[in-house]
Design a protein around this ligand. Structure first.
Ligand code: ZN
Length: 416
């Protein structure tokens, strides 16, 4: 009589206890999550107070939460690898410790639940790790492609592209004009001998014209410093005319050449003078060249260069190597030859004359033929020497020759 009652009570009590135990563990499970530390796996289940099979699932749920939080903190391949070692490392990885401390020592009642929960945990961890690995790799991929991506909406990097210098452009233009009427282009040395620069051009020593053509003399030296050349035996050419002689020495008539290049004078720099400037020499020698061929050629060039509307004229002049010699003028392209500017004032470019002086020219002096063994009775020719700087200044209204050599980008940009 007595026994069943206590027994019944005991059962009731037990079942009552069991219910409260369940709700307690439900609450305990939540608490367990916060109590779950990285070191929990170093203790046995008994030490952790896990005695019932249904305490196992919350325990592993807490472990999975820890694992996921740790996994999400791994943002790189390196971090992922550290995570893998921390959790799956054979010697002291969390899974090894869980197996050693939770599964192996578990009592008979708990073991199946622990084994099952552990397998589930492994599968969940594997899935989470695979997802994380993919996320890290695609993130790295994105970072790489973001770095390499070309944003076509950005303004481009504008790298200034240089242009040919105006002198070079004018040279090309002049060359094109003369080449189109049968001239060829030759170039010669800038360091000359007095013979080619003066004597062969009928300018003997002590000739007064040498005063106008004073230049720079150079010495050739060995590395030791020993001077190889006699004083005054080499100079920087004062004009491109030496190439008249060098060309006629090498070629028999007919000769039709132009010679562009740098020339030197001992001039102080100002708006119209420079110690270095550019000339273009012209020479035509043949059996029947007349003064008409000469003026016709020059007029053709001038109209090609300045435009067909300009007028030309020549005035008698003097050069030692041409006879007769002339100065060529062109009607002022700025005032149309009227001499007065649009404002009604005197045209500043031609100073009211309506004409602009262009260059000197003439028929080749028969004396020069003697230097190159041409028969002056059989051949004749003409020669001209134009300042390319002056031709450029005349055409483009540039007032200062120094602008060509100062390399001021504001100037150069005007002639793209
Ligand atoms: Zn004018």
């Amino acid at each position: 009589m007595v026994m069943p009652l206590p027994c019944g009570l005991a059962l009731l009590g037990w079942s009552s206890f069991e219910r409260s135990e369940k709700s307690f563990f439900a609450a305990f499970g939540v608490t367990y999550l916060s109590l779950m530390t990285e070191n929990s796996q170093e203790q046995t289940l008994a030490a952790l107070g896990v005695k019932q099979p249904d305490q196992v699932a919350p325990l592993f749920a807490g472990l999975l939460s820890l694992a996921k939080a740790d996994l999400n903190a791994a943002n790189s391949a390196e971090g992922f690898e550290k995570f893998r070692v921390r959790w799956l490392g054979r010697k002291s990885g969390v899974l090894t410790l869980v197996t050693d401390n939770w599964l192996k020592p578990a009592c008979k009642e708990l073991k199946p639940a622990v084994g099952q929960a552990l397998n589930k945990f492994k599968a969940q961890l594997e899935t989470a790790m695979e997802a994380r690995r993919a996320a890290i790799e695609s993130g790295a991929q994105e970072a790489v492609s973001a770095k390499d991506r070309v944003d076509l909406s950005l303004p481009g990097v504008i790298r200034p592209v240089g242009s040919r210098h105006l002198i070079r452009q004018v040279l090309q233009e002049i060359e094109d004009i003369f080449v189109s009427i049968g001239f060829s282009v030759v170039e010669g040395p800038e360091i000359e001998t007095p013979y080619y620069n003066f004597e062969a051009l009928n300018i003997p020593e002590f000739h007064p014209v040498r005063d106008d053509m004073d230049t720079f003399y150079v010495e050739a030296r060995r590395e030791s410093g020993a001077v190889l050349t006699a004083p005054g035996s080499l100079l920087l050419r004062t004009h491109t005319s030496p190439m008249q002689i060098r060309t006629m020495e090498k070629r028999k008539p007919p000769v039709r050449v132009i010679v562009p290049g740098k020339v030197y004078r001992r001039d102080n720099p100002d708006a119209t003078h420079s110690f270095m400037f550019h000339q273009i020499e012209g020479l035509a020698v043949d059996h029947d060249i007349t003064f008409c061929d000469f003026t016709g050629t020059i007029e053709y060039f001038v109209k090609q260069y300045f435009g067909s509307g300009v007028k030309t004229r020549f005035r008698p002049s003097y050069f030692p190597f041409t006879e007769p010699s002339v100065e060529f003028d062109v009607s002022c392209i700025f005032c149309g030859g009227s001499g007065s500017a649009a404002s009604g004032q005197t045209c500043g470019k031609c100073k009211g004359s309506g004409w602009i002086e262009l260059f000197g020219a003439g028929m080749v002096d028969p004396e020069v033929d003697g230097f190159v063994n041409y028969d002056a009775k059989k051949v004749s020719g003409f020669a001209f020497g134009m300042g390319m700087d002056r031709l450029s200044m005349r055409k483009y209204g540039i007032d200062d020759i120094q602008a060509f050599f100062q390399n001021d980008v504001r100037f150069l940009k005007q002639f793209p």
